[in-house]
Structure formats: C-alpha cells, structure tokens
Design a protein around this ligand. Sequence first.
Ligand code: 13P
Ligand code: SF4
Length: 359
Amino acid sequence: MNATTDVFPLIQRPKPIRVPDVMEESLDERERAALIRRIKRLLVEQDAKLVAHYYTAQELQELADATGGYVSDSLDMAQFGHDCPNSTLVVAGVRFMGETAKILNPEKRVLMPEMEATCSLDLGCPADMFNAFCDQHPAHTVVVYANTSAAVKARADWVVTSGIALDIVRYLDQRGEKILWAPDRHLGSYIQRETGADMLLWDGACVVHDAFKAEALSQMRVEHPDAMVLVHPESPAEVIAQADTVGSTTALIKAARELPARKFIVATDRGIFHKMQQAAPGKIFMEAPTGGKGATCVSCAHCPWMAMNSLRKLAQVLETGDNEILIDEAVRAQAVKPIQRLLNFAKQRNQVVLGNNDA
Ligand code: 13P
Ligand code: SF4
C-alpha cells in the first residue's frame, strides 16, 4: 500500500491550551432536590428540552432522561434537537455540541449552561490556521471531526463522528481521494491504519484520551486477566492496540452490554460509566490508567470542560435566557453542508451512526 500519513508540521503552532481544573458541583440533598424541581418547572415554562452528553454529571443525564430530553453522543444530540418539537434546546456538553445543534436547528433557541465549556480539539484548531493549512493542500478532500468550531466545519467537505469516520474515509479512499484530516491526530492515524488511506493529519489531541498510558494499561490487564478493554479512538495507538473494542461512546456502551466479560477497563471519560452501568447492570467498570503508579495526569479520565455543566448553571440559564448560541448565518449556511453530507451518507447506507438513548 502506497498510502502516506503525515502529521502536519505546524510552522505556527496554536497557543498552548490552558486546561482548567475539574470542578464538580457540591450540593447537599435539600439543595439538589430544590434545584431539580426548579429546573423541571422551568423546562416546561420555557418549552425547552435538556440534551446531555454521556460525559456530563450523572444527575444531568438523569434529569434529561426524566424530562423527556436526551442523553447521547454529539451528533445524535443535534439530531434529537432537530426532531423534537420544542422551541428551546439546552445543551449540557461542550461548545461545539451547542454549535452543531444550532447549525442543524437555526430556528430554535439553543442555550448552554456554561459558555466556557470547550474542547482541546476545538481550541487546538483555530479557523485562521486551519484555513491556511487547507490553502496549502488544495487537492485534498477536507474531512473534519465534529469536535471543531462552526468556522472550521464551514471549510470542510465532510464532517465525521467517531462512529462513521472509518466508513467515510474508506469510501473517499476508494474514490482515489487524498484526505486532509483535522484535528485529532490519534483518531486520524487510527483511521489511516485501518483504511490505508492517504491522509495528512492536523496535530491536535484530546487532553483526556491523550493521557491514557499504554504501559500502565498492560500492567492493569495482568492484574485483571478476566477484564476486557474498551477504548475510544482519540487514545494513543499503543492504547488502542490493547483494545477488545475500539469505538465511539455509543459503540463502547453497546460493547459493554454485549461482550461476554463481567469486568471492563475503559479508556474514555468516566462520565460514560453511568450509561454503561444502566446498559449492563451487574458488570464492573474500571478507569484505564492515566499515569503509572504515583504519576500525575492532566485530566484523570474526566473532561474538565464537560464537568463545568452543573444543575445550578442549568437553572440559571433557563431563568435568564443567558448563554444563547448564535452563529453568523453565512458561516452556518456553509457549515451545515458537510454535516448534511454525513447524515445523507449514513442514511444511504442505512447505518445507525448516531448513538441512541440506550445505545
Ligand atoms: P462522541 O461524539 O463519540 O460522543 O465523542 C465526543 C467526544 O468529545 C469524545 O471525547
Ligand atoms: Fe474534547 Fe476530549 Fe473533552 Fe471530548 S473529552 S470534549 S474530545 S477535551
């Protein structure tokens, strides 16, 4: 196979990413119950639905489920928003998820509990630098991961999620297209290894998945020989190499339910354990190691930006209408095209790429 993979030698690097500390909300039982009552009332008054990602706090996921909202992966959250009749969507997740919901549902009001909740992949791929990269490689088909800004999506030919990236790249490769991929280099090189496609990679990483350590994982597997390993493909290649299942958040929940093991080592954000436990009651889920014994880690298997979502902030945005996602119409009109291409591709293949509430 003649395919090549190059990680773009960034002449001008994006600014170093400042990763906030993980701040979990602390509430006593009385406060929590009062906030939940208030949010339930506000959701009805505001004709709103709560759409939450698998990585958010358990109580947000429970509240979404209990109020007819939705818990899933990023693009499926947007799909749900499109299909539900409510005029307001409150997206508990990170910025690009709120933006994708708005791109697909411009007529709806999209609110987010926390506007500062972003993603290291999005931060590490500024639109001006990405446009310069694309300009240097005009013969390449531009494929971007959903974890990007609206402006980066607007420059893309295709948007993909981890659930369908392999199929789309394989299809493009079969058509003889060379691919410019952004922003996650681990996901990009995993797809390149699997498909043999000719890919030029942007040099971005997820701070959570990049921190999983292969050596410590091998040691953990020795200590738990009966455990199976579930890995999100934003993880380093040496971690992916040890996986029994590699896949999107939805695919990992499905694997937790269907695989025969009782014990799993999971290399993704630990927020997913809530849905895994629901999908596979009685099974045991352990975090994959983010450092050797005594080592420190940046994220420790929990996304600091996902953790910014809280019941207090949710109640506040519903009350004030603050934190509305607004996107320039020219950018939105461009960004919706590669997302629509992804949705059409999935539909044609009759493939469920977008998770669902019970994976
Ligand atoms: P999914 O769209 O598969 O849920 O992944 C989003 C994400 O941010 C993974 O880190
Ligand atoms: Fe971004 Fe990683 Fe957080 Fe997902 S887990 S939102 S990829 S920083």
